[in-house]
Design a protein around this ligand. Structure first.
Ligand SMILES: [Zn+2]
Length: 373
């Protein structure tokens, strides 16, 4: 079979997107480009880079000059064989199609190897990678995510706005967070008007409490016990850690880069994770222990934390209690551990100004008619 001696090519001058048709011949020193207007130009092999045409089915592309230089595109790869025959050592830096098939196999093999690696990262790698990833997420990104997650949790539900209730709840939150030296978040608590007994922590300092739980607390101390536990889930970044372990790679890349675009879809993923999955037993113990310390630092009687969980444990047959107890089981172990944390000597604790009114305050939700919202 006779080898072709000339090839049809498209020449781009680097300024216009319209190609000029050229006929190309292969010479010992370079390629000869014959233009339609009769002009012939020689492109020396040393000035050329081959930027495409290493794989089967690809066009061969040569570039000349820096930046957007001149380009020559030839659809047939056999010009490369001719270049190697004619150009010898001058043409050594061009791809030889003879090695093409091997290269295809290697590429395929590499692609096949990547699949289990990615799978491995997701199934085995992420659990231990989750901690350093969580630590590397910028605080501002976490706070922004938390804002969206909080909106997601309260979307379509009414939120309690009664000023007396809000004042009491916020004052407990402030009392609890005041002793923390450097507060990374502005802690906010939202009460959702729902009979469900539940409380959730979202990243960035957002705590969501359902009215059902609030009404089950018999004192400000019991409510403070739940808040202290949830605050610690946020401060210890358990919330972010849980999310990082169960979201998409795109979420993680975006979180690490601090890029806020696509935040709404990430908040949906995060809210879904927080609603359907639980923290590890270890994280729960940590939140109990450090929540307990937080109560003591704030001068709030930590007995409330213990008594509230013990009470919920007794009420677990009630359907509405199930939600919170499913993630915070009042097991014997847990209660015993909380009891161990109790100081041996009795201390004097703070009395909230609304202490005696708690049984009335925790039933409020709607703002009274005519009050400013
Ligand atoms: Zn918890």
């Amino acid at each position: 079979m006779a080898h072709p001696t000339e090839w049809k090519g498209s020449y781009y001058d680097g300024q216009s997107l319209v190609p000029q048709h050229v006929t190309v011949t292969v010479e010992p020193v370079g390629l000869s480009l014959h233009f339609a207007n009769g002009i012939t130009r020689i492109w020396n092999y040393q000035e050329l880079r081959q930027t495409q045409g290493r794989y089967l089915g690809e066009e061969v592309r040569f570039e000349r000059g820096t930046g957007i230089g001149e380009t020559l595109v030839i659809s047939s790869a056999n010009i490369l064989i001719a270049i190697h025959e004619q150009g010898g050592s001058h043409a050594g830096h061009f791809h030889h199609p003879g090695t093409r098939l091997t290269r295809v196999y290697w590429t395929l093999l590499a692609a096949l190897a990547v699949i289990p690696i990615i799978y491995g990262i997701f199934t085995w790698g992420v659990p231990w990678l989750a901690r350093p990833i969580t630590a590397a997420i910028p605080l501002s990104w976490e706070i922004q995510l938390g804002q969206f997650v909080q909106q997601e949790f309260t979307a379509g539900k009414s939120v309690c706005t009664n000023p007396k209730l809000i004042h009491a709840v916020e004052s407990i939150m402030t009392t609890l967070t005041y002793p923390i030296d450097t507060l990374p978040y502005r802690f906010q608590v939202t009460v959702v008007d729902s009979p469900v007994v539940n409380a959730m922590a979202a990243p960035g300092g957002y705590v969501i409490v359902f009215r059902g739980l609030l009404q089950d607390t018999g004192s400000p101390e019991e409510f403070a016990g739940v808040l202290a536990h949830e605050i610690q889930h946020i401060l210890l970044r358990h919330t972010m850690h849980l999310i990082v372990r169960h979201v998409s790679m795109a979420f993680i890349i975006s979180a690490l880069s601090g890029d806020a675009s696509g935040m709404v879809s990430y908040a949906l993923q995060a809210a879904h994770t927080l609603q359907t999955l639980s923290y590890s037993r270890n994280a729960e113990d940590q939140a109990d222990e450090q929540g307990f310390q937080l109560l003591q630092q704030a001068g709030i009687n930590p007995d409330g934390m213990l008594s509230f969980f013990a009470k919920l444990g007794k009420e677990q047959t009630r359907g509405t209690v199930f939600r919170y107890l499913s993630t915070h089981p009042a097991t014997k172990d847990r209660l015993a551990h909380l009891e161990e944390l109790m100081p041996p000597v009795s201390t004097t604790y703070r009395i909230f100004p609304f202490q005696s009114e708690w049984a009335e305050i925790n039933t409020l939700c709607d703002a009274p008619p005519g009050s400013p919202s």
